[in-house]
Design a protein around this ligand. Structure first.
Ligand SMILES: Cc1cc2nc3c(=O)[nH]c(=O)nc-3n(C[C@H](O)[C@H](O)[C@H](O)COP(=O)(O)OP(=O)(O)OC[C@H]3O[C@@H](n4cnc5c(N)ncnc54)[C@H](O)[C@@H]3O)c2cc1C
Length: 442
């Protein structure tokens, strides 16, 4: 009898994991609490529900999300196949009819023989392999069980994400490198403001349009997670004593302390993307572009990730997970989806794909596999499991990929990622002798 793999949560990640197991001839049991119990954001009884936007982002491979989807096509992703089958016209964006998309995935899993249990998991099952994919809105009872497994301090509940910009879009004629009081070398990039620049920025920030909110988040902000625009509304000087304080810094061009400063902190080992420190925000994306480009030095900023703030249960993956998505404390347990600290529908699905493949391999006595770090999938897994003091969820972005110098580097990064993924997929199907990957079209 083949070993059954238990998956808790039939969302984007859990559904893709189940599919990968089933298509390899394995047995998958999905425990899903809908329709008996719905999170505040879920409404459909079916699997893989898109709770907010119906967009799976760009389909162009020079875009990080497009590249990720192309890699998933090579790995025979159900999510991408379902999206293509249910797409609605939206230019280069892969947008779907969310009801048809969710139904497509549910019917496919049913057809392939998944065992489906409609109940809320309230404790940690003993079954191994086990995949935990209960998502950002994991039910309270199960969150307690996860805390018990990993330690309470390693489960986070709010996602206060500051925007990230590409370093090569920062204007170093204006911005300068330095740490406060000269402590810490040149680690930070500083954007200095004159009083006039600050006033203009302050006015734009405090009048910017915010997300309407989903009406279910009930956020009482922690002081450390306060959106920058909310903090600013407390008074014109608040930011000058908070995230924009200029103390300990002097502008090398004038030798003087600026009126205010925005600091950016390096986000990755490759030194390509920078986080705007303390700038978690609920401004809409067009407003983030407009307002944040008023920061001197960021007038041409390109964003690798926009800021956001919402309820999000996720674990401290750098401390807890191997790149294979196995829990370090018990290799029979895998985490997948937004819980691992990936951010986004497609990112959640790809982590489910890998967790499904590796859980199946474990059940069949094989070593786990991880795609090369030159692929978007591999880079994302490497990022969420790399040592980090202040771990925050991350979406796919080109800044995660190892650098290529020179012209057309995004195109060449994408080309390298796809070549490496094709080679990896083909190689991966051989050593098992079980064709773990159906032959892709290469
Ligand atoms: C409000 C909100 C809006 C978002 N909007 C977007 C967006 O527009 N675009 C985007 O790319 N990303 C968005 N995200 C982020 C993320 O991409 C989605 O949340 C995505 O669905 C995560 O996939 P997942 O598989 O990890 O979790 P989910 O898709 O949420 O799946 C988890 C599943 O587990 C089930 N479950 C939970 N607890 C239990 C339990 N105890 N027992 C059994 N079943 C359980 C849930 O019912 C659910 O079906 C949003 C997140 C939130 C919270």
């Amino acid at each position: 009898m083949k070993k059954e793999i238990v998956i808790i949560g039939g969302g984007l990640a859990g559904s893709e994991a189940a599919y990968q197991i089933l298509q390899r001839g394995g047995r998958a049991r999905i425990i899903e609490m809908k329709p008996i119990r719905f999170s505040p954001a879920h409404a459909l009884p079916t699997f893989a529900e898109l709770v907010c936007s119906n967009s799976l982002k760009s389909d162009s491979i020079e875009n990080a999300s497009g590249l990720l989807k192309e890699e998933m096509r090579l790995m025979s992703s159900l999510t991408v196949r379902a999206a293509e089958a249910t797409r609605v016209p939206a230019g280069k964006t892969l947008a779907v009819d969310r009801i048809a998309f969710s139904r497509f995935i549910t019917e496919e899993l049913e057809r392939m023989g998944a065992t489906i249990e409609r109940e809320e998991a309230v404790s940690m099952p003993d079954a191994r392999p086990l995949i935990i994919a209960t998502g950002p809105l994991t039910s309270d009872a199960f969150a307690v069980a996860v805390s018990g497994l990993i330690g309470r301090e390693r489960l986070f509940f709010h996602d206060a994400v500051a925007p990230i910009v590409y370093k090569d879009s920062i204007d170093f004629e204006k911005a300068f490198r330095a740490s406060r009081y000269g402590k810490g070398g040149d680690d930070y990039i500083n954007c200095p403001f004159t009083e006039g620049e600050y006033e203009r920025f302050y006015s734009a920030l405090t009048t910017a349009e915010g997300f309407a909110g989903h009406g279910f988040e009930g956020l009482n902000y922690f002081e450390g997670c306060m959106p920058i625009e909310e903090l600013a509304r407390r008074g014109p000087k608040t930011l000058l004593f908070g995230p924009m304080r200029p103390v300990g810094l002097s502008d090398p061009r004038t030798g003087e302390r600026p009126f205010a400063v925005v600091q950016l902190r390096r986000e990755n080992l490759e030194d390509t993307i920078y986080n705007i420190v303390g700038f978690q925000t609920r401004m809409t994306i067009p407003e983030q572009k407009r307002v944040l480009r008023l920061i001197p030095g960021l007038q041409n900023a390109e964003f690798a990730r926009f800021g956001k703030l919402h309820r999000n249960s996720y674990i401290d993956s750098p401390a807890l997970l191997h790149k294979s998505l196995q829990f370090k404390g018990d290799g029979g347990i895998f985490f997948a989806g937004q819980m691992t600290g990936v951010e986004g529908y497609v990112e959640s699905a790809v982590s489910g794909l890998l967790a499904g493949v590796n859980a199946w391999r474990l059940a069949n006595g094989m070593e786990p596999v991880v795609p090369p770090p030159t692929t978007m999938t591999g880079a994302l897994l490497a990022h969420i499991t790399a040592p980090s003091k202040d771990f925050q969820p991350m979406n796919a972005n080109m800044g995660l990929l190892p650098e290529i110098q020179g012209k057309d580097r995004r195109e060449r990064q994408a080309e390298r990622a796809l070549n490496d993924m094709k080679a990896w997929v083909l190689a991966g199907s051989l050593p098992d002798g079980q064709n773990s990957y159906p032959a892709p079209e290469v």
